[in-house]
Ligand binder design. Structure first.
Ligand code: IP8
Length: 257
């Protein structure tokens, strides 16, 4: 059984969420160097941050859109941040291959109707690093929906588990030391049991985000925990947190299990 670690670089860390269409290239480069130190099999996902979200707030996408040119722009902007990330990964010597989610998934009212992940599986077998990202997904009822990077990563994880891959854990790299409570202190562990109580007290950043912020992130991760896959949320602004997390060393963050 091949062991795989899934890593998501959040939109909040790879872009400046307060400034439209601004990528934090030096942070992406440092995270790429940290990723490169790992000898594990990795699947990488990244968010859209101030690229896709800025446009999706204007033109829609989550349950259809306001204009054809608008949704075309959302789709273009989601791809644009991917182009920037891919450029850096490859310059850093990482054999990364980009898979566009809208070409792998078709939904109806937000639920997957058809998907094709076999090429991703093949690329992992060849020892390359597949990269997916938050994207516009074409939807038979709503016309379009938007899947965040972690939703796509989770769908891939479920597929690969069925194919007997051993998904060890998901590492989500954001700009906080995991999930904060209302006093801005890290909640070290969240489980399905503790979440209903904790939920009322979590701290949410007030930036534009059509895929739902921290609560959505935790709830998606809890679904994965039900399948035995834990998620670790760490701070990408702290140097070497990602490399430590990849080596299973102690980090400041939240473990969702
Ligand atoms: O940043 C959202 O992906 P996320 C994708 O991972 C778009 O939530 C197009 C807004």
């Amino acid at each position: 059984m091949k062991e795989i670690i899934l890593v998501k670089l959040g939109g909040s860390i790879i872009t400046d969420k307060k400034i439209a269409y601004l990528a934090r290239k030096s942070i992406i480069r440092r995270l790429a160097k940290e990723l490169k130190q790992s000898k594990q099999n990795i699947i990488l996902a990244h968010g859209s941050g101030s690229f896709g979200h800025t446009s999706a707030v204007k033109f829609g996408g989550k349950k259809g859109y306001i204009s054809k040119i608008g949704i075309a722009r959302v789709a273009r902007d989601a791809m644009e941040i991917n182009r920037i990330v891919m450029g850096i990964l490859i310059t850093e010597g990482i054999p990364a291959v980009s898979f566009r989610p809208m070409g792998m998934i078709l939904t109806s009212a937000g639920k997957i109707e058809d998907s094709f992940f076999k090429s991703v599986e093949e690329v992992i077998k060849q020892g390359l690093i597949p990269v997916v990202y938050g994207d516009v997904i074409w939807d038979k009822k709503w016309k379009s929906t938007i899947y965040s990077g972690e939703t796509i990563l989770n769908k891939l994880a479920m597929y690969l588990r069925k194919k007997n891959f051993n998904i060890k854990r998901i590492i989500q790299v954001g700009q906080t030391n995991g999930v904060y409570d209302d006093r801005k202190k890290t909640i070290p562990i969240i489980t399905n049991k503790t979440w209903p109580n904790l939920k009322k007290f979590i701290f949410e950043l007030k930036t534009k985000d059509v895929t739902g912020g921290m609560q959505h992130k935790v709830e998606d991760a809890l679904k994965m925990a039900n399948l035995g896959i834990e998620t670790l949320l760490i701070n990408g602004k702290t140097k070497n947190e990602l490399s430590k997390a990849l080596l299973n060393k102690k980090v400041k963050g939240t473990l969702i299990k």
